[in-house]
Design a protein around this ligand. Structure first.
Ligand code: FPP
Length: 249
């Protein structure tokens, strides 16, 4: 019997799941437009987007991806209407509560990139608990960028490094890119090989600025709530067709 139903057969897109990128990062964009096209409130788009996230994260674990990073809430997203921010936080809470109860079975590890301090104490505790349980497992690691901004990440790393220099624990003349990476939220996580952005925008939007230096990009017009396993296969196939030279020839 075929391992995948015909519609999701990765081979149809040219994707070879036996040589996956190690780390895929996704800018999940287009929830608002998805809702508007259906005359629904924007919050309904985020609810649909959260379902898509669940499907894609589970699928990434199933196919054996090592790392998935998603942009769930940027440090600029606080500018959105209070109701929308509340709805996104509510979805995160719901997701984390479920993830905690199923982690032992699902074996999806979770980490959070961003400044969690402005979150409610309840959400912060949930993130901490999720992190703690995740440390006990091996397997796919899902990094959720939450109150995340690439420039903020680099600035907080620079501050931490400066403090270490001041305390004599680090030497500015010996700082390497690898060492600096150890001060970022993504410490210990390899850089994304493939960055996917949905909804057709051609921007990085302050996402993983340091880590994307040599990432391959895949932009699709598909809105995030409509993103599917087939679309993921297409992205992987596109990635596998690229010639990565990392500045060489
Ligand atoms: C971008 O679409 C999406 C967001 C800013 C929020 C993403 C949040 C989720 C998918 C739900 C919660 C996440 C998890 C991990 C459970 P947009 O609102 O900017 O869309 P638009 O550009 O069409 O307006």
């Amino acid at each position: 019997m075929a391992l995948f139903p015909k519609k999701t057969d990765p081979a149809q897109t040219g994707a070879d799941l036996s040589r996956l990128p190690r780390h895929i990062a996704i800018i999940m964009d287009g929830n608002g437009r998805w809702a508007r096209r259906r005359a629904l409130p924007r919050t309904a788009g985020h609810a649909a987007g959260a379902e898509t996230f669940r499907t894609i994260a589970t699928y990434c674990r199933d196919i054996g991806l090592d790392y998935l990073t998603v942009y769930a809430f940027s440090s600029e997203n606080w500018k959105r209407p209070e109701e929308e921010v509340g709805a996104i936080m509510g979805l995160l809470k719901k997701y984390l509560l479920e993830a905690i109860s199923r982690m032992e079975r699902d074996r999806v590890r979770m980490e959070f990139f961003g400044d969690l301090s402005p979150l409610t104490p309840e959400l912060r505790q949930l993130c901490e608990r999720t992190r703690e349980i995740s440390r006990r497992y091996q397997g796919c690691q899902v990094n959720v960028c939450l109150n995340y901004g690439g420039r903020d990440e680099i600035l907080q790393a620079a501050r931490a490094f400066a403090r270490d220099c001041f305390e004599g624990k680090a030497d500015p003349d010996r700082l390497s890119a690898d060492q600096f990476g150890g001060y970022l939220y993504s410490k210990g996580v390899p850089d994304p090989d493939l960055v996917i952005r949905t909804s057709g925008e051609l921007r990085l939007s302050n996402f993983l600025l340091w880590q994307c230096a040599y990432s391959e990009f895949y932009i699709t017009d598909v809105l995030w709530p409509d993103f599917s396993k087939e679309e993921l296969h297409r992205a992987i196939a596109a990635y596998q067709s690229r010639d990565r030279r990392f500045g060489g020839v």
